[in-house]
Write a protein that binds this ligand. Structure first.
Ligand code: BGP
Length: 467
């Protein structure tokens, strides 16, 4: 099958902090990346792709290249510089203009309320581990619904809870840079799901028009051998990174099989999960009311059993083969020689996307519909004669779109695809050398150049067929 479903969205994704730059415009407050990155002094996110000023040009490119959907996120600290309290009218008006420009160009905005960018005052209170954070987030969301609700048809509550906690509490490359703290990671995921649920409730109870969903990164996990021990390692990482969040999303609770693995991981890591009955009521409500889920998919993992202490090395430089990821009480990710990897050691495995889409349909029959809200290939692109010959990226995207069409043929409802990313953007832990865009950005001049992939994407979107 090569035909996309009718009205399929051929989109592209961005996130505020990675694209906008302009960190000193208006009264914008800091999120937790600003001081951390400044102290490190390795990457400067202050200009990024200058989307704050260049969005008219970027949206004109969308129109020209057949891109009819865009993921944007609202930077919380442009609206509430301190996370709560005083509102900055300049920030409020910026997002009106941005959303209006999307609509004027025929590009449907999918608007994310939290994409890795907690305001500093709330970060200091404990981020998603604190109840103040949840309360403030619900207020911020309600403000956005009120302000932009008449023109936004698709809202996303939170981007990738798993990546947030993996970065903050397991890998340690997101502030507060803790490592191997699985209990904090699990608690924070639960709290994020409760916050998501409260926002869904607010949205639905306010009689708002439009749809609301959440975006999860979902990477399939496979045992590297048929041994029971390796199978168990793969299952544990799957439950930790995928199923725990999916159960909360669609069941509104943690099923017995999920809970037995999560409680085992908590016990091995001397932790416990605190929950309240009210939280499960909210989760239940949201599970029944959620309109869609976005899946971000880049890679899958192969696992073997592991009995040592946790050990991780994050490959943030593109030095192939340098990654280590082993978690106490879970398992160890290993290289599968049959599967190619990117320079950042991400296994390229489209079958993992098809398997995941089918898994969601089968385990959660109430899922309603899905979008692939991020997928793409980070590479060390070279601009030659005004373009980039990014054949590897086209191959990567083609294979993943085929995997989506295979899943559609198996009855999974997938209504759109958003390539990560629209243009080259700032990568949180890899800086500017890991490029994903359909449009190359010269970060010195901020000029945009369509890559070969942009022309290929246009052909596909215009024909509605995978070529
Ligand atoms: C996702 C995030 C994006 C983006 C992407 C690529 O997890 O939602 O914000 O960064 O991954 O990741 P990276 O930039 O680390 O290569």
């Amino acid at each position: 099958m090569h035909n996309f479903p009718k009205n399929f969205i051929f989109g592209a994704a961005t996130a505020a902090y990675q694209a906008e730059g302009a960190v000193n415009e208006g009264k914008r407050g800091k999120n937790y990346w600003d001081d951390y990155l400044a102290e490190q002094g390795v990457f400067d996110p202050s200009t990024a792709s200058d989307f704050y000023h260049k969005y008219p040009e970027d949206l004109a490119l969308c129109k020209e290249f057949g891109i009819n959907g865009i993921r944007i996120s609202i930077a919380w600290t442009r609206i509430f510089p301190q996370g709560t309290g005083e509102v900055d009218p300049a920030g409020v008006s910026f997002y009106h203009q941005l959303i209006d420009a999307c609509l004027a160009n025929g590009v449907e905005p999918f608007v994310t309320l939290h994409h890795f960018d907690t305001p500093v005052p709330l970060f200091k209170k404990g981020d998603w581990l604190s109840t103040e954070m949840t309360a403030a987030y619900v207020e911020f969301a309600a403000f956005c619904f009120q302000e932009y609700g008449s023109k936004v048809n698709y809202w996303i509550t939170i981007n990738e809870p798993w990546s947030v906690v993996a970065g903050q509490y397991i890998i340690g490359h997101f502030p507060p840079n803790l490592q191997y703290d699985l209990p904090k990671a699990i608690q924070s995921m639960h709290n994020m799901m409760v916050a998501h649920a409260q926002v869904v409730k607010k949205f639905k109870q306010s009689g708002q028009s439009g749809e609301i969903g959440i975006v999860h990164i979902l990477e399939s996990k496979y045992p590297i051998s048929n041994s029971e021990a390796d199978k168990s390692a793969a299952l544990k990482e799957h439950v930790l990174a995928n199923q725990f969040l999916l159960d909360a999303t669609f069941k509104g609770n943690y099923s017995e099989d999920t809970w037995s693995i999560i409680s085992g991981i908590l016990a091995e890591n001397q932790g416990e999960l605190r929950t309240t009955p009210q939280e499960f009521e909210d989760l239940q409500f949201a599970a029944e009311q959620i309109d869609f889920m976005g899946i971000n998919y880049y890679a899958s993992h192969f696992l073997q059993a592991y009995s040592g202490e946790s050990q991780i090395h994050h490959n943030g430089t593109g030095e192939k083969g340098s990654s280590v990821f082993a978690l106490k009480g879970v398992g160890e990710r290993v290289n599968n020689p049959a599967i190619p990897t990117t320079d950042w050691d991400w296994p390229i495995y489209p079958q993992g996307l098809e398997d995941m889409l089918v898994f969601v349909k089968e385990r959660y029959p109430n899922y309603n519909k899905l979008y692939v809200t991020e997928n793409g290939m980070g590479d060390k692109d070279k601009l030659v004669d005004g373009t980039v010959t990014d054949t590897a990226r086209i191959d990567y995207v083609r294979l993943h779109l085929q995997a989506i069409l295979n899943a559609v043929e198996k009855g999974v409802k997938v209504e759109g695809y958003f390539i990560w990313s629209l243009m080259d953007v700032f990568s949180w832990t890899n800086g500017y050398t890991k490029r994903y865009g359909l449009f190359y950005v010269d970060f010195d001049t901020q000029a945009r150049y369509p890559k070969e992939s942009a022309y290929w994407y246009r052909k596909m979107s215009q024909s509605g067929q995978l070529s």
